[in-house]
Design a protein around this ligand. Structure first.
Ligand code: KMH
Ligand code: ZN
Length: 310
């Protein structure tokens, strides 16, 4: 029965947006904790977490910058904690997995292919920046290659899938990434059911059109049959439309300020919880039920909130 329900993931802060772009984007441990708790209270059963430098808001993958908020989130909510392994476009895969190795969460992201991953067009929207690092960070994203080789994917799988028994959110930004996942599954790297996040609208990945969603879903059905669960993330303005379509197709949804800073056309969201509240209302108004954290654990076959290290 729980299999029919819609899991809402909320990605709280990410590594794309910068403090200038929205006052609502959390970057101190206190703000990350509060926004995560409020998102859970609003109906998110999975919290996808990155961290930031608490003084400057710059992207951080230092485990010490996760340490202050993870226990607070665990104490205050029953939500599933998912730690990103994609956090930085520049550092090695070993550094990217360090937070997850230390805290052994129930879930982690795992990016399924190397690609351009750019948000440099955002730089043109702002004249004044709150912090020195922001302009260059955003502008230079047109030089980045987001590296996720087969060797990198194998490193993450081995480090986190085995003794940590982490379930991955397989980030698939294009249809070829599904074939990468299929190749890895055939080598025995991942246990079914795998959880696939279909991602639309990142510059460098597939665009946010319904045709593409149907194509990704049809391809995944062919490759994975019953061995997968799926969710959809639309970047920017595509967030709510793609999530709505996904839920109507029987999929799960992801929202959050990592993926879009907006609540409606041209209007900034006041918080992550506001986006969760909106998608929950849409999902329920259209006849679906939202999964609780324990139902999400059952649907995705997670190890359990008592087996984390924070
Ligand atoms: N940092 C971005 C390049 C993830 O969380 O795994 C991608 C990202 C995905 O953050
Ligand atoms: Zn992320």
């Amino acid at each position: 029965m729980a299999k029919q329900k819609t899991i809402i993931t909320c990605a709280i802060t990410g590594a794309i947006h910068t403090p200038t772009m929205s006052d609502a984007l959390p970057y101190t441990p206190n703000d990350i904790a509060h926004q995560a708790m409020d998102a859970a209270e609003a109906g998110a059963s999975i919290l996808h977490l990155h961290t930031r430098n608490p003084q400057t808001g710059a992207v951080s993958i230092d485990p010490e910058d996760f340490a202050p908020f993870l226990p607070r989130i665990k104490q205050a909510t029953n939500a599933v904690v998912n730690i990103s392994t994609g956090g930085s476009l520049k550092t090695s895969i070993e550094d990217r997995i360090a937070p997850a190795q230390r805290f052994s969460p129930e879930m982690c992201s795992l990016n399924m292919g190397s690609m351009n991953f750019s948000f440099h067009p955002l730089a043109k929207r702002y004249d004044d920046w709150k912090f020195d690092w922001e302009k260059e960070y955003v502008e230079n994203s047109d030089t980045y290659i987001f590296r996720n080789t087969f060797r990198d994917i194998g490193t993450v799988a081995e480090a986190l899938g085995g003794k940590h028994d982490v379930k991955f959110e397989h980030e698939c930004y294009d249809v070829g990434h599904l074939y990468n996942l299929k190749f890895c599954m055939d080598t025995g790297m991942f246990k079914a059911p795998v959880f696939i996040q279909f991602i639309f609208g990142i510059l460098g990945g597939i665009g946010p059109e319904v045709d593409n969603l149907v194509f990704m879903k049809r391809t995944a059905d062919r490759l994975f049959g019953d061995d997968y669960r799926w969710s959809v993330l639309g970047a920017g303005a595509a967030q709510m439309p793609m999530a709505t379509t996904a839920s109507q197709m029987g999929g799960n949804v992801r929202v959050g300020l990592e993926d879009s800073l907006f609540i409606s056309r041209g209007k900034l969201a006041s918080s992550n919880a506001q986006q969760v509240t909106k998608i929950k209302r849409i999902v329920e108004d259209l006849g679906c039920e939202v999964a609780t954290p324990d139902e999400a654990r059952e649907i995705l076959e997670l190890k359990g909130g008592d087996r984390v290290n924070f």
